[in-house]
Write a protein that binds this ligand. Structure first.
Ligand SMILES: O=C(O)CCC(=O)C(=O)O
Ligand SMILES: [Fe+2]
Length: 312
């Protein structure tokens, strides 16, 4: 994402006397589930996981503990390195064009190790979900996410520039995730869910040592639509903040050939669902609006409005 090169800050204090500077922060209440308790198949943790994944589709995964401390450190290092990359001049960054680098994006031991560790954590969550949903072993969720099989799984550090008047489209539009599980690490607010408990947009508060985990479309479909793929979006960092927001996300997605049925009963290969949805992410707004693939609701884009993130 590129920073605008010039221009003022429309929502600065002097030019915006009618708005309070206090951001209008409605916070979502999410379950916190401990990874180590899931690994021990603790009945309480398993029940909480089932409730969270079926009702909200979002939860905190507590990764504090000796086995995962390396992963948390690697996430920090990855974000720091990406921050240095984002700080490079635009022309220099063009040398790292994601579309040209293609399959060779994932090289270097830190990225590979982090991706492997996060994949393993995701598989543990899938295993627990297969158990609580009583999915027969031969159709278990982890069976369509085998480590040695090709998938579109990805690891990324996403940058959200702070709010600028010239780019009201900044942030990340409302969507459900295309894949199975997203494990997100961030230290700044900005992520919002359309909370199924209240039907209102609510911020997710970042929590140290925890991943924010959410269910994506593919997992919803693979679970016979029992798990919820919750709508979410990212609004830009709020007025008064100096720095941009960085988040690190691991997108765990099924094997390319995994097959599932969408809400209309149409059968898809995982890779085709992925490619079709990504095409829509890149489409003009008018086209997105006519389709339901991004948000699950035709005609609903769920766009944020600058006024809604500050108190009146
Ligand atoms: O960066 C975030 O907070 C969320 C990103 C997200 O929802 C996505 O990339 O699918
Ligand atoms: Fe997302």
């Amino acid at each position: 994402m590129q920073m605008p090169l010039s221009g003022g800050h429309k929502f600065g204090v002097a030019s915006s006397p009618i708005r309070s500077r206090a951001p209008n922060l409605v916070m979502a209440e999410l379950e916190t589930i401990s990874l180590s308790q899931l690994l021990e198949v603790d009945p309480q943790a398993m029940k909480e996981l089932e409730d969270a994944a079926t009702l909200q589709g979002f939860f905190y995964l507590d990764l504090r503990g000796s086995e995962t401390s390396r992963t948390l450190r690697d996430v920090d290092e990855c974000v720091e390195t990406a921050g240095e990359f984002y700080a490079m001049p635009f022309e220099e960054k063009l040398g790292y064009d994601i579309d040209k680098l293609g399959m060779h994006k994932l090289n270097g031991s830190l990225l590979e190790r982090l991706m492997n560790d996060l994949h393993a954590i995701g598989i543990s969550v899938l295993r627990a979900l297969s158990l609580v949903l009583r999915i027969p072993v031969e159709r278990s969720l982890e069976m369509s996410h085998r480590h040695h099989c090709s998938s579109t799984s990805a690891l990324g550090v996403l940058k959200y520039p702070r709010l600028w008047a010239e780019s009201p489209q900044l942030g990340h539009g409302a969507h459900t995730d295309v894949g199975s599980l997203t494990l997100l690490f961030c230290s700044e607010p900005g992520l919002q869910i359309l909370d199924p408990k209240t039907d209102q947009w609510a911020y997710i508060r970042p929590k140290d040592g925890h991943a924010i985990v959410n269910v994506g479309d593919s997992l919803r479909f693979l679970s016979d639509h029992r798990l919820r793929s919750c709508l979410h979006r990212v609004v830009p960092p709020v007025e008064g903040k100096i720095t941009d927001r960085l988040s690190c996300a691991c997108f765990l997605r099924p094997e390319l050939d995994a097959v599932f049925m969408d809400d209309t009963g149409k059968s898809w290969k995982s890779v085709d669902w992925h490619d079709g949805k990504y095409k829509m992410f890149r489409a003009p707004t008018e086209k997105q609006q006519q389709d339901s693939v991004l948000t699950g609701k035709a005609g609903f884009l769920g766009s944020w409005c600058p006024d809604s993130i500050w108190s009146a």
